[in-house]
Design a protein around this ligand. Structure first.
Ligand code: SAH
Ligand code: SF4
Ligand code: F3S
Length: 440
Protein backbone atom coordinates (compact mmCIF):
# COMPACT_ATOMS: atom_id res chain seq x y z
CA UNK A 1 0.00 0.00 0.00
CA UNK A 2 1.20 3.48 -0.79
CA UNK A 3 1.56 5.99 2.03
CA UNK A 4 -1.49 8.26 2.36
CA UNK A 5 -1.25 11.73 0.93
CA UNK A 6 -1.52 14.53 3.45
CA UNK A 7 -4.02 17.35 3.41
CA UNK A 8 -3.63 20.65 5.25
CA UNK A 9 -6.83 22.71 5.50
CA UNK A 10 -6.92 26.22 6.93
CA UNK A 11 -10.37 27.64 7.63
CA UNK A 12 -11.41 31.27 7.89
CA UNK A 13 -14.78 32.92 8.49
CA UNK A 14 -18.04 31.53 9.72
CA UNK A 15 -19.14 28.18 11.13
CA UNK A 16 -20.43 27.19 7.74
CA UNK A 17 -16.86 27.24 6.49
CA UNK A 18 -15.86 24.99 9.40
CA UNK A 19 -18.59 22.54 8.38
CA UNK A 20 -17.58 22.77 4.70
CA UNK A 21 -13.93 22.13 5.55
CA UNK A 22 -14.88 18.93 7.36
CA UNK A 23 -16.92 17.79 4.34
CA UNK A 24 -14.07 18.62 1.95
CA UNK A 25 -11.57 16.71 4.09
CA UNK A 26 -13.92 13.72 4.11
CA UNK A 27 -14.35 13.89 0.32
CA UNK A 28 -10.59 14.02 -0.20
CA UNK A 29 -10.27 11.16 2.31
CA UNK A 30 -11.84 9.08 -0.46
CA UNK A 31 -8.91 10.14 -2.67
CA UNK A 32 -6.44 8.75 -0.14
CA UNK A 33 -5.78 11.89 1.89
CA UNK A 34 -5.37 12.10 5.65
CA UNK A 35 -5.31 15.43 7.44
CA UNK A 36 -2.16 17.04 8.82
CA UNK A 37 -1.73 20.21 10.85
CA UNK A 38 1.62 21.01 9.20
CA UNK A 39 1.50 22.83 5.84
CA UNK A 40 5.19 22.00 5.23
CA UNK A 41 4.33 18.31 5.39
CA UNK A 42 1.28 18.43 3.11
CA UNK A 43 0.68 17.09 -0.41
CA UNK A 44 -2.25 19.43 -0.71
CA UNK A 45 -2.94 22.78 0.97
CA UNK A 46 -6.48 24.04 0.93
CA UNK A 47 -7.40 27.55 2.13
CA UNK A 48 -11.11 27.83 2.92
CA UNK A 49 -11.52 31.58 2.74
CA UNK A 50 -13.92 34.25 3.98
CA UNK A 51 -14.77 37.49 2.18
CA UNK A 52 -16.70 39.33 4.90
CA UNK A 53 -13.86 41.61 6.06
CA UNK A 54 -11.93 44.31 4.25
CA UNK A 55 -8.84 43.27 2.28
CA UNK A 56 -9.90 39.62 2.59
CA UNK A 57 -8.59 38.83 -0.90
CA UNK A 58 -5.27 40.62 -0.25
CA UNK A 59 -4.75 38.53 2.87
CA UNK A 60 -5.35 35.35 0.89
CA UNK A 61 -2.76 36.39 -1.71
CA UNK A 62 -0.15 37.11 0.93
CA UNK A 63 -0.88 33.80 2.67
CA UNK A 64 -0.53 31.97 -0.67
CA UNK A 65 2.84 33.66 -1.30
CA UNK A 66 4.14 32.08 1.89
CA UNK A 67 3.57 28.59 0.44
CA UNK A 68 6.14 29.18 -2.33
CA UNK A 69 8.97 27.57 -0.38
CA UNK A 70 6.87 24.46 0.30
CA UNK A 71 6.15 24.08 -3.39
CA UNK A 72 9.82 24.54 -4.26
CA UNK A 73 10.75 21.82 -1.77
CA UNK A 74 7.96 19.54 -3.00
CA UNK A 75 6.96 20.27 -6.63
CA UNK A 76 4.08 17.78 -6.37
CA UNK A 77 2.36 19.89 -3.73
CA UNK A 78 -1.09 21.09 -4.85
CA UNK A 79 -2.49 24.36 -3.61
CA UNK A 80 -6.22 25.05 -3.59
CA UNK A 81 -8.42 28.00 -2.68
CA UNK A 82 -12.02 27.37 -1.56
CA UNK A 83 -14.70 29.49 0.11
CA UNK A 84 -16.07 32.95 -0.46
CA UNK A 85 -12.90 34.62 -1.79
CA UNK A 86 -12.65 31.79 -4.34
CA UNK A 87 -16.22 32.53 -5.39
CA UNK A 88 -15.64 36.29 -5.58
CA UNK A 89 -12.25 36.23 -7.33
CA UNK A 90 -12.55 33.09 -9.46
CA UNK A 91 -9.96 32.76 -12.19
CA UNK A 92 -8.26 35.97 -11.09
CA UNK A 93 -6.67 33.97 -8.24
CA UNK A 94 -4.71 31.76 -10.67
CA UNK A 95 -3.73 34.75 -12.75
CA UNK A 96 -2.37 36.64 -9.78
CA UNK A 97 -0.86 33.64 -8.03
CA UNK A 98 0.33 30.95 -10.46
CA UNK A 99 1.20 28.69 -7.49
CA UNK A 100 -2.52 27.94 -7.19
CA UNK A 101 -3.68 24.70 -8.83
CA UNK A 102 -7.33 24.67 -7.85
CA UNK A 103 -10.08 27.22 -7.18
CA UNK A 104 -13.45 25.96 -5.95
CA UNK A 105 -16.52 27.99 -4.93
CA UNK A 106 -18.72 26.99 -1.97
CA UNK A 107 -21.42 25.45 -4.17
CA UNK A 108 -19.05 23.10 -6.02
CA UNK A 109 -17.33 21.16 -3.23
CA UNK A 110 -18.82 17.86 -4.35
CA UNK A 111 -16.70 18.20 -7.49
CA UNK A 112 -13.50 18.45 -5.45
CA UNK A 113 -12.38 14.81 -5.90
CA UNK A 114 -12.44 15.03 -9.70
CA UNK A 115 -10.83 18.46 -9.55
CA UNK A 116 -8.03 17.09 -7.38
CA UNK A 117 -7.54 14.25 -9.88
CA UNK A 118 -7.23 16.82 -12.64
CA UNK A 119 -4.48 18.69 -10.77
CA UNK A 120 -2.60 15.37 -10.43
CA UNK A 121 -2.45 15.33 -14.25
CA UNK A 122 -0.72 18.68 -14.08
CA UNK A 123 -3.78 20.71 -15.07
CA UNK A 124 -5.44 23.61 -13.30
CA UNK A 125 -8.98 23.11 -11.96
CA UNK A 126 -11.55 25.88 -11.57
CA UNK A 127 -15.23 25.64 -10.56
CA UNK A 128 -17.29 28.52 -9.25
CA UNK A 129 -20.69 27.46 -10.64
CA UNK A 130 -23.93 27.41 -8.70
CA UNK A 131 -25.10 23.90 -9.70
CA UNK A 132 -28.58 22.57 -8.93
CA UNK A 133 -27.63 19.39 -7.09
CA UNK A 134 -27.22 19.08 -3.30
CA UNK A 135 -23.47 19.22 -2.80
CA UNK A 136 -23.64 17.56 0.62
CA UNK A 137 -25.57 14.62 -0.78
CA UNK A 138 -22.85 14.14 -3.38
CA UNK A 139 -20.00 14.51 -0.90
CA UNK A 140 -19.32 10.92 0.07
CA UNK A 141 -18.39 10.44 3.67
CA UNK A 142 -15.58 8.22 4.92
CA UNK A 143 -16.52 5.12 6.95
CA UNK A 144 -18.03 6.11 10.27
CA UNK A 145 -15.30 7.88 12.23
CA UNK A 146 -16.06 8.69 15.87
CA UNK A 147 -16.85 12.37 16.44
CA UNK A 148 -16.58 14.80 19.33
CA UNK A 149 -19.70 15.70 21.33
CA UNK A 150 -20.66 18.78 19.27
CA UNK A 151 -21.18 19.20 15.53
CA UNK A 152 -22.41 21.70 12.97
CA UNK A 153 -24.97 20.66 10.38
CA UNK A 154 -25.77 22.92 7.42
CA UNK A 155 -29.50 23.00 6.69
CA UNK A 156 -29.82 26.12 4.56
CA UNK A 157 -27.40 28.12 2.50
CA UNK A 158 -27.29 31.42 0.68
CA UNK A 159 -29.34 34.54 1.15
CA UNK A 160 -31.87 36.62 -0.79
CA UNK A 161 -31.94 39.55 1.62
CA UNK A 162 -29.22 41.73 0.11
CA UNK A 163 -28.34 43.87 3.11
CA UNK A 164 -26.50 46.83 1.59
CA UNK A 165 -23.19 45.99 3.29
CA UNK A 166 -23.00 42.23 2.77
CA UNK A 167 -21.26 39.96 0.24
CA UNK A 168 -22.99 36.73 1.25
CA UNK A 169 -25.78 36.85 -1.39
CA UNK A 170 -23.05 37.15 -4.03
CA UNK A 171 -20.60 34.55 -2.68
CA UNK A 172 -23.08 31.94 -1.41
CA UNK A 173 -25.83 32.59 -3.91
CA UNK A 174 -29.60 32.40 -3.58
CA UNK A 175 -31.24 30.87 -0.56
CA UNK A 176 -31.59 27.08 -0.72
CA UNK A 177 -32.89 24.71 1.98
CA UNK A 178 -31.85 21.05 2.16
CA UNK A 179 -34.64 18.45 2.32
CA UNK A 180 -35.64 17.53 5.88
CA UNK A 181 -35.08 13.76 5.55
CA UNK A 182 -31.43 14.24 4.50
CA UNK A 183 -30.83 16.48 7.49
CA UNK A 184 -32.46 13.96 9.85
CA UNK A 185 -30.41 11.11 8.37
CA UNK A 186 -27.22 13.12 8.79
CA UNK A 187 -28.21 14.03 12.37
CA UNK A 188 -28.86 10.36 13.29
CA UNK A 189 -25.53 9.43 11.77
CA UNK A 190 -23.77 12.13 13.83
CA UNK A 191 -25.44 10.87 17.01
CA UNK A 192 -24.33 7.30 16.24
CA UNK A 193 -20.80 8.65 16.00
CA UNK A 194 -20.91 10.27 19.45
CA UNK A 195 -22.41 13.70 18.81
CA UNK A 196 -24.76 14.96 21.54
CA UNK A 197 -25.24 18.57 20.46
CA UNK A 198 -26.03 19.76 16.95
CA UNK A 199 -25.92 23.36 15.78
CA UNK A 200 -28.01 23.86 12.65
CA UNK A 201 -26.32 26.27 10.28
CA UNK A 202 -27.57 28.65 7.65
CA UNK A 203 -26.87 32.22 6.57
CA UNK A 204 -30.58 32.68 7.19
CA UNK A 205 -31.27 29.56 9.16
CA UNK A 206 -34.71 30.57 10.42
CA UNK A 207 -35.89 31.06 6.84
CA UNK A 208 -35.47 27.29 6.45
CA UNK A 209 -38.24 25.77 4.33
CA UNK A 210 -36.93 22.37 3.21
CA UNK A 211 -39.06 19.73 1.54
CA UNK A 212 -40.41 17.20 4.04
CA UNK A 213 -43.25 14.84 4.67
CA UNK A 214 -46.52 16.63 3.99
CA UNK A 215 -44.96 19.68 2.31
CA UNK A 216 -42.32 22.24 3.19
CA UNK A 217 -41.04 22.13 6.75
CA UNK A 218 -40.25 25.18 8.85
CA UNK A 219 -37.16 25.32 11.06
CA UNK A 220 -39.39 24.76 14.09
CA UNK A 221 -40.79 21.56 12.57
CA UNK A 222 -37.27 20.35 11.84
CA UNK A 223 -36.22 21.09 15.42
CA UNK A 224 -39.18 19.12 16.79
CA UNK A 225 -38.20 16.14 14.61
CA UNK A 226 -34.60 16.38 15.86
CA UNK A 227 -35.95 16.55 19.40
CA UNK A 228 -37.19 12.97 18.94
CA UNK A 229 -33.75 11.54 18.16
CA UNK A 230 -32.57 9.44 21.11
CA UNK A 231 -29.06 10.29 22.21
CA UNK A 232 -29.20 13.81 20.84
CA UNK A 233 -29.34 16.09 23.87
CA UNK A 234 -29.01 19.64 22.60
CA UNK A 235 -30.11 21.64 19.56
CA UNK A 236 -28.93 25.13 18.58
CA UNK A 237 -29.19 27.13 15.37
CA UNK A 238 -27.49 30.13 13.80
CA UNK A 239 -27.75 32.72 12.19
CA UNK A 240 -31.28 34.08 12.25
CA UNK A 241 -32.81 37.15 10.66
CA UNK A 242 -35.38 39.09 12.75
CA UNK A 243 -37.93 39.00 9.93
CA UNK A 244 -37.95 35.20 9.78
CA UNK A 245 -38.56 34.61 13.49
CA UNK A 246 -41.89 32.80 13.02
CA UNK A 247 -44.47 32.07 15.72
CA UNK A 248 -43.79 28.32 15.74
CA UNK A 249 -40.07 28.96 16.27
CA UNK A 250 -40.70 31.33 19.17
CA UNK A 251 -43.04 28.72 20.64
CA UNK A 252 -40.41 26.00 20.23
CA UNK A 253 -38.09 28.10 22.39
CA UNK A 254 -40.60 27.81 25.18
CA UNK A 255 -41.58 24.18 24.73
CA UNK A 256 -38.91 22.11 23.03
CA UNK A 257 -36.78 20.56 25.78
CA UNK A 258 -33.61 20.04 23.71
CA UNK A 259 -33.62 23.50 22.13
CA UNK A 260 -31.10 25.53 24.14
CA UNK A 261 -31.98 28.90 25.73
CA UNK A 262 -29.68 30.99 23.53
CA UNK A 263 -30.56 32.98 20.43
CA UNK A 264 -28.27 34.94 18.14
CA UNK A 265 -30.45 37.53 16.42
CA UNK A 266 -28.40 40.24 14.67
CA UNK A 267 -29.96 43.71 14.68
CA UNK A 268 -26.93 45.65 13.22
CA UNK A 269 -28.05 49.13 14.33
CA UNK A 270 -30.43 50.90 16.69
CA UNK A 271 -31.31 53.67 14.23
CA UNK A 272 -34.29 53.26 11.92
CA UNK A 273 -32.66 55.58 9.39
CA UNK A 274 -29.55 53.38 9.23
CA UNK A 275 -31.55 50.13 9.24
CA UNK A 276 -33.44 51.43 6.22
CA UNK A 277 -30.25 52.37 4.42
CA UNK A 278 -28.86 48.94 5.29
CA UNK A 279 -31.94 47.40 3.64
CA UNK A 280 -32.57 45.36 6.78
CA UNK A 281 -36.38 45.57 6.43
CA UNK A 282 -36.98 45.56 10.18
CA UNK A 283 -37.25 48.52 12.54
CA UNK A 284 -36.05 49.11 16.07
CA UNK A 285 -39.63 48.80 17.27
CA UNK A 286 -40.31 45.54 15.46
CA UNK A 287 -37.04 44.12 16.83
CA UNK A 288 -37.87 45.12 20.40
CA UNK A 289 -41.37 43.66 20.11
CA UNK A 290 -39.88 40.44 18.84
CA UNK A 291 -37.48 40.21 21.77
CA UNK A 292 -40.39 40.76 24.11
CA UNK A 293 -42.29 37.84 22.57
CA UNK A 294 -39.23 35.57 22.64
CA UNK A 295 -38.64 36.39 26.30
CA UNK A 296 -42.29 35.80 27.09
CA UNK A 297 -41.92 32.29 25.63
CA UNK A 298 -38.58 31.62 27.30
CA UNK A 299 -37.83 34.12 30.07
CA UNK A 300 -34.26 32.94 30.78
CA UNK A 301 -33.13 33.02 27.11
CA UNK A 302 -29.74 34.60 26.48
CA UNK A 303 -29.78 36.95 23.50
CA UNK A 304 -26.83 37.94 21.33
CA UNK A 305 -26.45 40.15 18.27
CA UNK A 306 -24.13 41.56 15.62
CA UNK A 307 -23.56 45.31 15.27
CA UNK A 308 -21.99 47.40 12.56
CA UNK A 309 -20.71 50.86 13.53
CA UNK A 310 -19.79 53.60 11.07
CA UNK A 311 -22.14 52.51 8.29
CA UNK A 312 -22.31 55.30 5.62
CA UNK A 313 -24.25 58.33 6.92
CA UNK A 314 -24.29 57.11 10.53
CA UNK A 315 -24.31 60.24 12.71
CA UNK A 316 -23.48 60.50 16.41
CA UNK A 317 -27.22 60.55 17.02
CA UNK A 318 -27.73 57.31 15.07
CA UNK A 319 -24.90 55.71 17.02
CA UNK A 320 -26.42 56.91 20.29
CA UNK A 321 -29.63 55.12 19.26
CA UNK A 322 -27.61 51.91 18.91
CA UNK A 323 -26.25 52.36 22.46
CA UNK A 324 -29.82 52.95 23.66
CA UNK A 325 -31.03 49.77 22.02
CA UNK A 326 -28.21 47.77 23.58
CA UNK A 327 -29.10 49.24 27.00
CA UNK A 328 -32.73 48.34 26.50
CA UNK A 329 -32.30 44.75 25.29
CA UNK A 330 -29.41 43.79 27.56
CA UNK A 331 -27.51 41.23 25.47
CA UNK A 332 -25.61 38.32 26.97
CA UNK A 333 -23.08 38.44 24.19
CA UNK A 334 -22.46 40.37 20.95
CA UNK A 335 -20.15 40.84 18.03
CA UNK A 336 -19.22 44.35 16.98
CA UNK A 337 -17.78 45.32 13.60
CA UNK A 338 -16.55 48.51 11.99
CA UNK A 339 -18.24 48.93 8.65
CA UNK A 340 -15.85 48.05 5.84
CA UNK A 341 -16.57 48.40 2.15
CA UNK A 342 -17.13 45.24 0.14
CA UNK A 343 -16.75 45.83 -3.58
CA UNK A 344 -19.94 45.18 -5.51
CA UNK A 345 -22.28 45.92 -2.57
CA UNK A 346 -24.49 49.07 -2.66
CA UNK A 347 -23.07 50.68 0.49
CA UNK A 348 -19.52 50.56 -0.88
CA UNK A 349 -20.41 53.38 -3.30
CA UNK A 350 -21.67 55.75 -0.59
CA UNK A 351 -19.91 58.52 1.36
CA UNK A 352 -17.91 56.83 4.13
CA UNK A 353 -17.62 57.67 7.82
CA UNK A 354 -14.10 58.67 8.91
CA UNK A 355 -11.95 55.88 10.29
CA UNK A 356 -11.22 57.68 13.58
CA UNK A 357 -14.95 58.13 14.18
CA UNK A 358 -15.57 54.44 13.50
CA UNK A 359 -12.79 53.50 15.94
CA UNK A 360 -14.24 55.71 18.64
CA UNK A 361 -17.75 54.26 18.21
CA UNK A 362 -16.46 50.72 18.14
CA UNK A 363 -14.67 51.23 21.47
CA UNK A 364 -17.69 52.80 23.12
CA UNK A 365 -20.03 50.05 21.92
CA UNK A 366 -17.58 47.33 22.89
CA UNK A 367 -17.26 48.76 26.40
CA UNK A 368 -21.04 48.60 26.87
CA UNK A 369 -21.32 45.11 25.36
CA UNK A 370 -18.47 43.82 27.56
CA UNK A 371 -20.24 45.19 30.64
CA UNK A 372 -23.44 43.37 29.69
CA UNK A 373 -21.56 40.20 28.91
CA UNK A 374 -19.86 40.25 32.32
CA UNK A 375 -23.18 40.96 34.06
CA UNK A 376 -24.82 38.01 32.27
CA UNK A 377 -21.95 35.77 33.31
CA UNK A 378 -21.90 37.01 36.91
CA UNK A 379 -25.66 36.45 37.05
CA UNK A 380 -25.06 32.73 36.52
CA UNK A 381 -23.25 32.39 39.86
CA UNK A 382 -25.37 30.36 42.25
CA UNK A 383 -27.47 28.81 39.47
CA UNK A 384 -27.43 25.16 38.44
CA UNK A 385 -27.12 24.65 34.68
CA UNK A 386 -26.52 21.81 32.24
CA UNK A 387 -22.94 21.54 30.95
CA UNK A 388 -21.82 19.37 28.04
CA UNK A 389 -18.13 18.56 28.49
CA UNK A 390 -16.02 18.94 25.36
CA UNK A 391 -12.37 18.55 26.41
CA UNK A 392 -9.98 18.26 29.35
CA UNK A 393 -8.88 21.59 30.85
CA UNK A 394 -5.36 22.85 31.42
CA UNK A 395 -5.13 21.36 34.89
CA UNK A 396 -5.10 17.73 35.96
CA UNK A 397 -8.65 16.44 36.56
CA UNK A 398 -10.26 19.53 35.05
CA UNK A 399 -12.89 19.46 32.29
CA UNK A 400 -14.21 22.26 30.09
CA UNK A 401 -17.66 22.40 28.56
CA UNK A 402 -20.42 24.72 27.47
CA UNK A 403 -23.45 25.58 29.54
CA UNK A 404 -26.98 25.60 28.13
CA UNK A 405 -26.43 29.34 27.67
CA UNK A 406 -23.18 28.76 25.74
CA UNK A 407 -20.87 29.98 28.48
CA UNK A 408 -17.57 28.14 28.84
CA UNK A 409 -17.53 26.33 32.19
CA UNK A 410 -14.54 24.77 34.02
CA UNK A 411 -15.15 21.98 36.50
CA UNK A 412 -12.58 20.19 38.66
CA UNK A 413 -13.77 16.57 38.77
CA UNK A 414 -11.64 13.63 37.59
CA UNK A 415 -14.71 11.40 37.13
CA UNK A 416 -16.09 13.55 34.28
CA UNK A 417 -15.80 12.29 30.71
CA UNK A 418 -15.74 14.09 27.36
CA UNK A 419 -19.27 13.97 25.94
CA UNK A 420 -20.92 13.82 29.35
CA UNK A 421 -23.81 16.14 30.12
CA UNK A 422 -23.96 17.04 33.81
CA UNK A 423 -25.76 19.45 36.10
CA UNK A 424 -23.30 21.98 37.45
CA UNK A 425 -23.65 24.64 40.10
CA UNK A 426 -21.84 27.81 39.03
CA UNK A 427 -19.61 29.09 41.83
CA UNK A 428 -17.43 31.74 40.15
CA UNK A 429 -17.30 33.99 37.09
CA UNK A 430 -14.00 34.94 35.43
CA UNK A 431 -13.29 37.24 32.46
CA UNK A 432 -14.13 34.63 29.79
CA UNK A 433 -15.48 31.62 31.59
CA UNK A 434 -17.36 30.29 34.58
CA UNK A 435 -16.28 27.83 37.24
CA UNK A 436 -18.68 25.25 38.62
CA UNK A 437 -19.13 22.16 40.74
CA UNK A 438 -20.94 19.09 39.63
CA UNK A 439 -24.20 18.41 41.42
CA UNK A 440 -25.60 15.55 39.29
N1 SAH B 1 -26.13 35.80 7.83
C1 SAH B 1 -25.84 36.41 9.02
C2 SAH B 1 -24.41 36.84 9.17
C3 SAH B 1 -23.76 37.55 8.08
S1 SAH B 1 -22.08 37.96 8.29
C4 SAH B 1 -26.83 37.52 9.25
O1 SAH B 1 -27.61 37.84 8.39
O2 SAH B 1 -26.83 38.07 10.34
C5 SAH B 1 -21.89 38.23 10.01
C6 SAH B 1 -21.87 39.67 10.43
O3 SAH B 1 -20.79 40.35 9.81
C7 SAH B 1 -23.09 40.46 10.04
O4 SAH B 1 -24.16 40.24 10.90
C8 SAH B 1 -22.59 41.87 10.10
O5 SAH B 1 -22.73 42.42 11.40
C9 SAH B 1 -21.10 41.73 9.79
N2 SAH B 1 -20.78 42.27 8.46
C10 SAH B 1 -21.18 41.80 7.26
N3 SAH B 1 -20.70 42.58 6.27
C11 SAH B 1 -20.01 43.58 6.86
C12 SAH B 1 -19.29 44.70 6.36
N4 SAH B 1 -19.23 44.98 5.08
N5 SAH B 1 -18.67 45.50 7.27
C13 SAH B 1 -18.76 45.24 8.59
N6 SAH B 1 -19.42 44.21 9.11
C14 SAH B 1 -20.04 43.38 8.26
FE1 SF4 C 1 -25.83 39.21 4.65
FE2 SF4 C 1 -28.10 40.39 5.31
FE3 SF4 C 1 -28.16 38.01 4.14
FE4 SF4 C 1 -27.28 38.23 6.63
S1 SF4 C 1 -29.38 38.69 5.93
S2 SF4 C 1 -26.33 37.06 5.00
S3 SF4 C 1 -26.25 40.20 6.62
S4 SF4 C 1 -27.43 39.90 3.23
FE1 F3S D 1 -17.26 34.68 5.34
FE2 F3S D 1 -18.49 33.47 3.39
FE3 F3S D 1 -19.03 32.84 5.89
S1 F3S D 1 -17.93 35.59 3.45
S2 F3S D 1 -18.71 34.75 6.96
S3 F3S D 1 -17.11 32.54 4.86
S4 F3S D 1 -20.47 32.97 4.22
Amino acid sequence: MTAPKKLYVKTYGCQMNVYDSERMAEALGGQGYVETDRPDDADMILLNTCHIREKAAEKVYSELGRFREFKEAKPDLKIGVAGCVAQAEGEEIMRRQPLVDLVVGPQSYHRLPEMEAKTRLGEKALDTDFPEEDKFEKLKSRPKAQRGPTAFLTVQEGCDKFCAFCVVPYTRGAEVSRPADRILTEARDLVERGVREITLLGQNVNAYHGAGEGGDWSLARLIWALNDIDGLERIRFTTSHPNDMSDDLIEAHGECRKLMPYLHLPVQSGSDKILKRMNRSHTVESYLKLIERIRAARPDILMSSDFIVGFPEETEEDFQATLDLVEEVNFGYSFTFKYSTRPGTPAAERAQVEEAVKDDRLHRLQALITRQQRAAQDGMVGRTVGVLFEKPGRFEGQMVGKSDYLHAVHVQDPSLQVGQLAQVKIVDSGPNSLRGERVA
